[in-house]
Ligand binder design. Structure first.
Ligand code: 13P
Length: 251
């Protein structure tokens, strides 16, 4: 059965020292509690190796925030999935709306990145989500369906290795959270789209996380919905106490 997951996305925040300190604090706090979810922190490339040295994998798993769609070679400034994997990371966020919006990542590239991640044994946390205009004009289900379908060239075995994160763009960093019912409706829709292509087993076993202004105060209600399997957390993942508050929403 699918797992509950709370994953932090640090984005472009923390210096190396700050990041190591935060990771260490999260690891120590997670160790001290009984918890009902897997905990992942996704950190800047520069921090991966050092963060890996201070966390214990049975408490906290490590992820990157992106990887290249290329295998290796003359791509100055890029970081490959194999490089990410070699740091000890096990996960990678792909298709975050900030990558789509500011760096022009398209469906074709995201499929290639997903293939690279899978070929190197990383679990992609694949992000989908509509912008405010789509929400307001009622096309949000179709938009998100299209983003999920962009991965439908994958085999069922490969698709079954993914974690999906639904992050409505209008809720990211805005303090404006989707209601628990809006999250549930979209998660159920995503699961139905997956079932239509890959069948009930794959759909039922795929963890679908909610992201967008998730905080200790709203996490419990959102996570209580049957198709919401946890969260991908931005701002509130940058302080150990608020991140822990979200992890404890599963208790
Ligand atoms: P916030 O939690 O800061 O809204 O960010 C969500 C997000 O983008 C996580 O990937």
């Amino acid at each position: 059965m699918r797992k509950n997951i709370v994953a932090g996305n640090w984005k472009m925040n923390t210096t190396l020292d700050e990041g190591v300190e935060l990771a260490n604090e999260i690891n120590e706090k997670v160790k001290g509690i009984k918890r009902n979810c897997e905990v992942i922190i996704c950190v800047p490339f520069t921090h991966l190796t050092s963060v890996n040295a201070v966390i214990e994998s049975e408490n906290v798993a490590l992820g990157a925030e992106n990887c290249s769609e290329h295998d290796k070679g003359a791509y100055t400034g890029e970081v490959s999935a194999a490089m990410v994997k070699s740091t000890g990371a096990t996960h990678v966020i792909l298709g975050h709306s900030e990558r789509r919006q500011y760096f022009g990542e398209n469906n074709e590239q995201l499929l290639a990145k997903t293939r690279q991640a899978l070929a190197n044994g990383l679990t992609p946390i694949f992000c989908v989500g509509e912008v405010l205009e789509d929400r307001e004009n009622g096309s949000y289900n179709d938009v998100v369906e299209g983003q999920v379908e962009a991965l439908f060239d994958l085999t069922a075995e490969d698709f079954g290795k993914l974690v999906i994160a639904y992050e409505p763009v209008w809720a990211i960093g805005t303090g404006k959270t989707a209601t628990a019912d809006q999250a549930q409706d979209m998660h159920a829709h995503i699961r139905k789209v997956i079932e239509g292509k890959y069948g009930k087993d794959v759909a039922d076993n795929t963890s679908i996380l909610y992201g967008g202004s998730c905080k200790p105060e709203n996490a419990k209600e959102i996570f209580s919905k049957p198709d919401v399997d946890g969260g991908l957390i931005g701002g509130a993942a940058l302080k150990a106490d608020s991140f822990m508050g979200i992890i404890e929403a599963f208790n």
